[in-house]
Design a protein around this ligand. Structure first.
Ligand code: PMP
Length: 421
């Protein structure tokens, strides 16, 4: 029975039942964490050969990887990822271990020096970014850190709410939009070809508008169906805005999260621009790690094969989360959630105004969740209803316990709210 169909007496009985379940949960003395989308130890073990397999030589296309230089990164590795990301290899840079730092640096360079088409450095005026929400909290944290005002727009199933985007880009201070085009963090949405084409063609008041196309989950399918990347660089070029998109990706959730390789793709002018600035901060990336990755992964198919092994570990975890949500919350009509076909998250919407209460209740029962609102600019979920679930890190039995506990907290908070109304 859904909560809204219960009489007051029935609601009171339901609340008492949830309170009892919650007391038992607290007494269980749990210490569980489903806060961040980290790969599990079993997933990291899939790339153990990166640590143990010897590199038998140190040359790649005639480049001695042990030495300084080669700011663009190794062609051997770039060619594997160029194919997977659907970008030309000459327009793809391989960097060090974090694509987040490439995103951060690109914005810092734009602020300090402007982009190739900027009339002046961005710091000369107020800067605003469109933030499809719920979205990735670390994108929003970069904006806060660098003094960029964030404008939330809704993230829909096929990409950002384009009506809102169209309206906001008439403001010349709006210089960019964050997007996770494939299996978005946290909703799992995939930006459609149509929405991507419209973003590429959009008339923006800012001549140097940027799409921060963070394809962190480009090959992270949870089903047998592979989401083919949208050719955003090609779309922007044919729409007459060749410099508009910056494409980011990394092997963080393919090989080793802390010791992978990051990628940036863009127009030839953007790549030259990026390298002209990074040249001052490094004499070249870690090419030994890049060569290790190229030899370990072997080919685009090698990457997809490895991802299939990740899927074998991840799929049962996602299935468990979805099963428990459906079994325990489904009958009561107190929540909706995404059923992602890839990526690292399930996005749960509980009764409006109760997400913070749920996270607090869970915390007091020893279950750590991402703070309520974290997936929104400034940490403010206007409806206080969204909770990001990250199933990847804990072993299956701990995840099951955490989800059982979380659903108890959702039901308890929903019953409290219904009775307070
Ligand atoms: N982008 C998104 C959307 C992510 O979810 C993450 C990791 N949680 C990152 C970027 C971080 O990538 P990297 O490790 O390459 O910095």
């Amino acid at each position: 029975m859904t909560l809204d169909s219960l009489s007051r007496d029935q609601l009171e009985a339901f609340l008492a039942e949830q309170q009892q379940a919650y007391t038992a949960l607290q007494q269980a003395g749990l210490k569980l964490d489903i806060t961040r989308g980290k790969p599990s130890a079993a997933q990291l073990d899939l790339s153990q050969d990166l640590l143990t397999a010897p590199l038998t030589d140190h040359l790649s296309d005639g480049v001695d990887v042990r030495n300084y230089g080669g700011g663009t990164g190794l062609t051997e590795l770039r060619s594997i990822f160029a194919e997977l990301l659907g970008v030309p290899v000459e327009q793809l840079v391989a960097g060090n271990n974090a694509s987040l730092s490439m995103m951060h640096d690109s914005i810092v360079f734009a602020l300090l020096h402007g982009t190739p088409e900027s009339p002046t450095p961005w710091r000369d005026g107020p800067i605003k970014f469109l933030c499809p929400s719920p979205g990735y909290d670390r994108h929003f944290a970069i904006c806060v850190h660098l003094g960029i005002e964030m404008i939330p727009v809704a993230m829909l199933d096929d990409g950002p709410d384009m009506a809102a985007v169209r309206e906001h880009v008439t403001d010349p201070a709006v210089k960019g939009i964050w997007l996770v085009p494939t299996y978005a963090n946290p909703t799992g949405a995939v930006v459609s070809q149509e929405v991507a084409a419209e973003l590429a063609a959009l008339q923006t008041a800012a001549p140097d508008f940027r799409i921060m196309w963070d394809n962190a989950y480009a090959v992270h399918d949870l089903t047998d169906e592979h989401a083919k990347p949208v050719d955003i660089l090609g779309l922007c070029a044919s729409a007459g805005h060749p410099e508009r998109a910056l494409v980011f990706a990394s092997t963080s959730k393919i090989t080793l999260a802390g010791s992978g390789v990051s990628f940036l793709a863009g127009s030839p002018a953007n790549i030259a621009w990026y390298l002209s600035h990074t040249a001052f901060r490094t004499i070249g990336p870690d090419k030994v790690n890049q060569l290790r990755h190229a030899r370990f992964l072997g080919s685009p198919q090698g990457v997809l094969d490895l991802m299939a092994r990740h899927r074998e570990i991840l799929r049962p975890k996602f299935d468990t989360v979805l099963r428990l949500l459906s079994e325990r919350l489904g009958p009561h009509g107190v929540a909706t959630w995404t059923e992602p076909r890839g990526g690292y998250f399930v996005s749960l919407d509980v009764v409006d105004g109760t997400a913070s209460r749920v996270v607090q209740l869970a915390k007091e029962a020893g279950i750590s969740l991402t703070p309520a609102g974290a997936s929104f600019p400034y940490g403010k979920d206007p409806r206080d209803r969204n909770i990001r679930i990250a199933p990847s890190f804990p072993p299956l039995d701990e995840l099951t316990q955490a989800m059982e506990g979380l659903t108890t907290c959702v039901l308890l908070a929903a019953a409290e709210k219904a009775l307070a109304a």
